[in-house]
Design a protein around this ligand. Structure first.
Ligand code: GDP
Length: 197
């Protein structure tokens, strides 16, 4: 997957605003600061294209990036911050749920978790929830350059165990710094896109 062209097509909240081009889509899920912008920038071969929308309380949108005019990467905002009101969280949850359950062109979701820690309650909830909707998921553990090399395999096992991943559910250990895992992630994306066409 060589990315030659990237364009932010639209930042959407409502399904009426989603692009209608019909390209297959891959969604990227993860809480603020997990490394989502860094991963998408690596995949898009850009230094600073995707910015973290960041601040709790700020309007969160689904950002559709057209890649090579043939697929979309969709940056799905994280939610569940303690600082944000219940009402705000519910608004996010509805937006995300609507997107994940109704978007016909969605071929799979990349669910990011912080590779340095045990899965959080949020990660475990997301895992159950994605499972429930039968969406193909690639788990990506981020920032693994911060782990000692000797600990990476062990940490991967721990994450698999605690997330209760089945043998056929892939988990990639990734670093935006060293690019380890990039090829595996790209192969998974290509597979999802091709299996749909
Ligand atoms: P986002 O909020 O999920 O989009 O997260 P960002 O991509 O903006 O990253 C949050 C912070 O983590 C930034 O300070 C990044 O430099 C740092 N970061 C992201 N990915 C990596 C990584 O693979 N390795 C290291 N060491 N830091 C990372």
């Amino acid at each position: 997957m060589k990315v030659t062209d990237v364009e932010l097509t639209i930042s959407a909240v409502d399904p009426k605003q989603y692009p209608t081009t019909g390209y297959p889509e891959i969604g990227f899920l993860g809480r603020s600061n997990v490394g989502k912008s860094s991963l998408t920038n690596v995949l898009m071969n850009r230094k600073d294209f995707a910015h973290t929308s960041g601040q709790p309380g700020k309007t969160q949108t689904l950002n559709f990036y057209a890649i090579n005019q043939e697929l979309y990467f969709v940056d799905v905002p994280g939610y569940g911050y303690a600082k944000v009101s219940k009402q705000e969280r519910e608004k996010w949850a509805t937006m995300i749920e609507t997107y994940l359950t109704q978007r016909k062109t969605l071929r799979g979701v990349i669910n990011l978790i912080d590779g340095r820690h045990r899965p959080s309650d949020y990660d475990l909830q997301m895992r159950d929830w994605l499972d429930f909707y039968h969406i193909p998921v690639l788990y990506v553990a981020t920032k693994v350059d911060k782990l000692p090399k000797s600990k990476i395999a062990q940490q991967k096992q721990l994450l698999r165990r605690e997330l209760e991943l089945e043998a056929e559910e892939p988990l990639v250990m990734f670093s935006a710094k060293t690019k380890v895992g990039q090829a595996e992630i790209e192969a998974w994306i290509t597979q999802q896109i091709q299996s749909a066409s």
